[in-house]
Design a protein around this ligand. Structure first.
Ligand code: SF4
Length: 481
């Protein structure tokens, strides 16, 4: 077993042993998955909308280069500055340079998975810029020195009592500030408002970028995204290069599914469309065409960081993802172990493809093994990404690079050799069935040897049926004649 795989298994064991985590995950994933199911059931054209969204995303990825060039032209014409970052290091260097040029010492940030991916906060802090997370969940993550464990709900792993304790210990909250959830949110709002007013730079992600207008679209539920992108004098939007659609109509089609799939809302509370800095007009104020608020400078930083390597390849479909998190909420593995067990920025089924796809198989291929391939993720995905197929593809690539565990590398050729010889296969199945029934008690096997023991460590294995599938099939056929 590789070091990465061993570390992954250790994180899984720790997560499974954490009862509080299990309770928190069951509660929130159940609520989110239930909300999604209800919202989609109430959405008259849900299936047609999913087909349309998939078509839009597939077409956009197929001509990504043209759409990105169009975005750059349109956004530049509206006064934005567009930057291109091939790697995470390039992206952090660009944002740091923007901060230094604008003499920024404090930046406020709304939720951005790309910023987590490129470890932006650490890079900015190293260059003397203090960064304050303003999404409530991310704010809690930051004061706890923690990491987000879900794409949409970063503190899915924490209870409200946890958060109250953190506010008291790390943010000088008074007892009345943590008396209940409204008091805690009011405390966070007061704390963050002061930071918003002093920050020189606002950093956001982007849910979608619209090529025909050079617009960045941001959806949030807390309003912090609006303050981040309008109050500071400089706004930097970090955008994964795949997050682009051609037109505003395409954006509407994607938005009709995003919040429904993520939280069960028809639409998020705030949908912000940013198409350039504050316009000066003929003079200050709306009467003379000038805009009263908004940043003086807007920078859009497109981040590749491995995405273009996926284009045209067998994992390219993952680039259709709109980061709704629905596949996490329905995944029986994520529901049990949560996001931290996956070890990377993107957890769950989507993360098990994105992490090896972007950052390499060597350290991340093991994630794709943590799937029962039940297909719940494919059923929930608003853009119908065939996640089980992609997970199998990651496994195939890992096997081709001999990254699978040694026992599996030995066992699979043996299995393949037996499966190709029908007589031998039937004899082997009969022998395994007989042995299985001999060791079973009450119809269940309670212990299996070697690597198979991972199954019986936490649940029993059903005893093999007396007749094999082939035997039953033959008997039914004969009975039907
Ligand atoms: S893979 Fe599909 S379900 Fe999962 S986050 Fe992406 S769009 Fe949502």
């Amino acid at each position: 077993m590789s070091d990465a795989a061993r570390a992954f298994h250790q994180r899984i064991d720790a997560a499974l042993a954490d009862r509080a985590l299990g309770d928190a995950l069951a509660l929130t994933t159940g609520r989110l998955a239930g909300g999604r199911a209800a919202a989609m059931a109430a959405f008259a054209d849900a299936e047609a909308a999913r087909d349309e969204a998939r078509r839009i995303r597939a077409a956009a990825i197929a001509r990504l280069d043209q759409l990105l060039e169009r975005f750059e032209r349109e956004a530049t014409a509206r006064g934005c500055r567009v930057h291109w970052a091939e790697t995470a290091a390039d992206a952090t260097r660009i944002v740091t340079a923007i901060a230094q040029e604008a003499r920024v010492t404090l930046a406020v940030k709304s939720k951005s998975m790309v910023s987590e991916e490129i470890e932006l906060n650490a890079a900015l802090e190293r260059s003397g810029v203090r960064v304050v997370e303003t999404d409530l969940g991310e704010f809690v993550v930051q004061i706890a020195g923690d990491r987000p464990s879900h794409i949409i709900t970063p503190i899915i792993h924490r209870s409200r009592h946890d958060v109250a304790r953190l506010f008291r210990e790390k943010a000088n909250a008074a007892p009345e500030d943590v008396a209940d959830i409204p008091a805690m949110t009011a405390f966070a709002r007061r704390t963050l408002r002061a930071e918003f007013l002093q920050a020189g730079m606002g950093i956001s992600g982007a849910n979608v970028a619209v090529a025909e207008t050079g617009t960045v679209c941001l959806v949030t539920n807390e309003g912090n995204g609006r303050l981040t992108t309008t109050l500071p004098r400089v706004h930097v939007a970090l955008v994964g290069i795949e997050r682009i659609v051609p037109s505003a109509a395409d954006l509407a089609a994607v938005l009709s599914l995003l919040a429904r799939s993520a939280t069960g809302q028809a639409l998020s509370v705030y949908t912000s469309l940013i198409s350039g800095p504050r316009r000066a007009g003929a003079g200050p104020g709306p009467a003379k065409g000038g805009e009263p608020d908004g940043p003086d400078d807007v920078h859009v930083v497109f981040v590749d960081n491995g995405r273009s390597r996926l284009l045209g390849g067998p994992l390219a479909e993952i680039l259709y993802c709109i980061r709704c998190g629905a596949c996490l909420n329905v995944c029986p593995v994520y529901q049990k172990v949560g996001g931290h067990a996956y070890g990377g920025v993107y957890p769950g089924p989507v993360g098990s493809v994105v992490m090896p796809g972007l950052l390499g198989l060597e350290a991340w291929s093991e994630l794709a093994q943590a799937s029962s391939l039940c297909g719940a993720c494919r059923e929930a995905c608003p853009v119908r990404i065939d996640l089980p197929r992609l997970l199998l593809e990651v496994r195939r690539q890992a096997a081709a690079k001999r990254l699978a565990p040694r026992w599996l590398r030995v066992a699979m050729p043996v299995y393949a050799a037996v499966a190709r010889r029908p007589r031998l296969y039937r004899s082997a199945v009969a022998a395994a069935g007989l042995l299985g029934r001999m060791v079973a008690k009450g119809g269940w096997i309670r212990w299996l040897p070697g690597p198979l023991g991972a199954w019986t460590a936490s649940r029993d294995f059903p005893a093999p049926a007396t007749r094999s599938f082939l035997q039953q099939h033959r008997l039914r056929k004969e009975a039907a004649r």
